[in-house]
Design a protein. Structure first.
Length: 180
């Protein structure tokens, strides 16, 4: 049952906060996280939420938003290795399989796009895995930054490869050759 405002519109809670990675936007619907975006502009983040969740009423803050923000800040300070918040699994069936698989990659470890393709039993789908990860709506919590190229290079990252490198360094899983 979706929470609704006084006019009967479903509610999406959100917040944009400042972190060591710059501005991070988070959004939740009821008891699930639907968005975590790195390096956002608040106006752009809100516009994208309005487009994606057309018909929802945007409401700043909320208990779950505070919990998500707290957990992300703890993670960025190296104090948290696992998230307790529940994520809404969106996207295609293939993307949901990819997101589920990467959530099993332990903190401080990486896997290649090819490894993830094998994990979901689609060994020839490395590029499709990369495409799904590019569309990951819940960065950090669904740790697409832990997926790198088979040659050890970082590969892509929607907010920018520099953020992927920062997250890998934070987790201690950065190979020295990765930073170049």
């Amino acid at each position: 049952m979706k929470a609704k405002d006084k006019k009967g519109k479903p509610i999406i809670n959100y917040k944009v906060f400042t972190s060591s990675l710059g501005k991070i936007g988070i959004a939740t619907i009821d008891s699930k996280v639907v968005r975590v975006a790195i390096a956002v502009d608040e106006k752009d983040f809100l516009l994208k939420l309005k487009r994606r969740f057309c018909g929802f009423e945007l409401k700043k803050g909320g208990a779950l938003i505070s919990k998500v923000e707290k957990e992300i800040k703890e993670y960025l300070r190296g104090k948290r290795k696992k998230f307790t918040v529940e994520v809404a699994q969106g996207g295609s069936r293939f993307a949901r399989k990819v997101y589920s698989a990467i959530q099993k990659i332990p903190y401080g470890q990486t896997r290649s796009y090819k490894d993830v393709a094998r994990m979901i039993k689609k060994p020839g789908a490395s590029r499709a895995v990369g495409s799904a990860l590019k569309s990951n709506p819940v960065a950090i919590i669904v740790p697409c930054h832990r997926v790198i190229s088979s040659n050890g290079s970082p590969g892509g990252f929607a907010p920018g490869v520099e953020y992927k490198i920062k997250l890998l360094k934070l987790e201690g899983s950065l190979n020295e050759g990765l930073a170049h």
